[in-house]
Design a binder for this molecule. Structure first.
Ligand code: ZN
Ligand code: ZN
Length: 427
């Protein structure tokens, strides 16, 4: 069996190179390379995913109780809480309010305890403190004040990185990165158990496999572990986020590449004079999927982080199924997600304008739209999944969806237990 190749391959292939495809099928190397698949367990998961699932299955995913400290003092309701914005910190507030509505994260950060390894201004301690104030017993109509010690601590840690300036607005995605990619004092830092939990919640691994058109050999490329998906607008503009994700996982044609097989190495000198070598196709496999999936839509023009924003919008899917992007050749493990929060932006440039967040909420009203401290408004499910998002406080503005958080649906692993099988055989 030869490695799979994109259907788009022959069409994109330069026409002055006859025979590239036909030969690829017949080499012995191609046959040898066909075994390049991840080992999968009984429920179709890679070993790395199974380990993470096992780890995450022990983590608490319930919403926090209304009496956080176990005392009889109860929060009067479960409405979201505003966060005061002294001037240009809406990008911070939107991201913090997003995390405040992610139950597995809330439970996890509350397991952090202050000890000798904590920095003086420990980010984890401050986030935990903010969680406990946000969901604490004070009426939610009372926002988190701009002088709240934990909020100030988080912001101080951000200013200390020199990545942000207190007096200037920034891109909300940069604040996510500060949270999720930070250094030894950051959220991911800790003992090996803590790191594995962080990875089980947020870690993503997408493995590229490249197939050479000359020799047919498929090779696994370097994996960059990350904490989310970055989704560009594909050229043909599918009408939904799911379509754009599908495009991002589609087989790509790579023009410049160094194939290492000796025959292709020779061809680089002879046939491909002045070029890198035989063209390749690249397929991408989602080897590790997170409990909390962060998706960033590249709404900056040409994917640029700063500068002008494009105003195209993708329809937002409330449910995503990423099962098809896992390793093929097997019964796939179920991998479905539900939309949890939406951060959207109004304005010409992502480092100016205004950010708001829409969240799923544990109370009687499941969806809310929040703008800093001064606008906490229940919305409909249609409004929650709309793009652009509305905000009644600023009726003339529209907010293009920028980052989204999806929470993995918990599926019982479909392992057939020996007892069950025996019973089946008896019946
Ligand atoms: Zn700490
Ligand atoms: Zn080759």
């Amino acid at each position: 069996m030869a490695p799979k190749r994109s259907k788009a391959g022959p069409a994109n292939r330069p026409t002055n190179r006859p025979g590239l495809i036909a030969r690829a099928h017949t080499t012995r190397r191609a046959l040898r390379s066909a075994g390049f698949r991840f080992a999968l367990d009984g429920s179709g998961r890679t070993a790395i995913q199974a380990e993470r699932d096992e780890f995450a299955s022990n983590m608490n995913k319930d919403w926090l109780p209304r009496n956080l400290d176990g005392s009889p003092r109860q929060r009067p309701n479960r409405n979201p809480r505003g966060i005061e914005n002294p001037f240009s910190h809406c990008y911070i507030n939107a991201v913090l309010q997003d995390f405040m509505h992610t139950p597995i994260f809330l439970n996890w950060i509350r397991t952090h305890t202050r000890d000798g390894t904590c920095a003086e201004n420990c980010l984890k301690c401050n986030i935990k403190g903010l969680v406990e104030d946000y969901w604490g017993p004070l009426p939610p109509a009372q926002p988190i004040g701009e002088t709240n010690d934990y909020l100030v601590g988080i912001k101080t840690a951000a200013w200390d990185t020199s990545l942000f300036l207190e007096a200037f607005q920034d891109d909300a995605n940069n604040f996510y990165e500060f949270f999720l990619f930070s250094d030894e004092h950051g959220l991911a830092a800790g003992d090996s158990e803590w790191k594995r939990e962080f990875d089980a919640i947020f870690g993503v691994e997408i493995v590229p496999f490249d197939t050479c058109y000359e020799c047919g050999v498929e090779r696994m490329r370097t994996v960059e572990p990350t904490t989310g998906l970055i989704i560009p607008f594909p050229p043909d503009m599918p009408n939904s986020l799911a379509g754009a994700i599908h495009h991002a996982f589609a087989v790509e044609q790579l023009k410049e590449y160094h194939c290492e097989t000796p025959s292709c190495h020779r061809l680089r000198r002879t046939k491909y004079k002045g070029h890198d070598g035989p063209p390749q196709s690249r397929r991408k496999v989602l080897r590790k999927a997170p409990r909390v999936l962060k998706i960033r839509i590249l709404i900056g023009e040409d994917g640029a982080q700063y500068g002008n924003k494009r105003f195209d919008t993708l329809a937002i899917d409330e449910h995503l199924d990423l099962g098809q992007y896992q390793e093929s050749d097997s019964a796939k493990a179920p991998l479905t997600y539900q939309l949890s929060t939406v951060v959207s932006h109004s304005g010409e440039s992502l480092d100016a304008g205004h950010y708001i967040v829409s969240v799923r909420n544990p109370g009687d009203r499941p969806y809310y739209n929040i703008s800093d401290d001064d606008w906490v408004e229940p919305i409909s499910r249609q409004q929650f999944t709309a793009n652009p998002q509305g905000n009644r406080r600023t009726e003339s503005e529209q907010f293009e969806v920028y980052t989204l958080t999806y929470i993995m649906d918990e599926h019982a692993p479909a392992v057939e237990r020996p007892m069950k099988r025996m019973l089946k055989e008896l019946l």
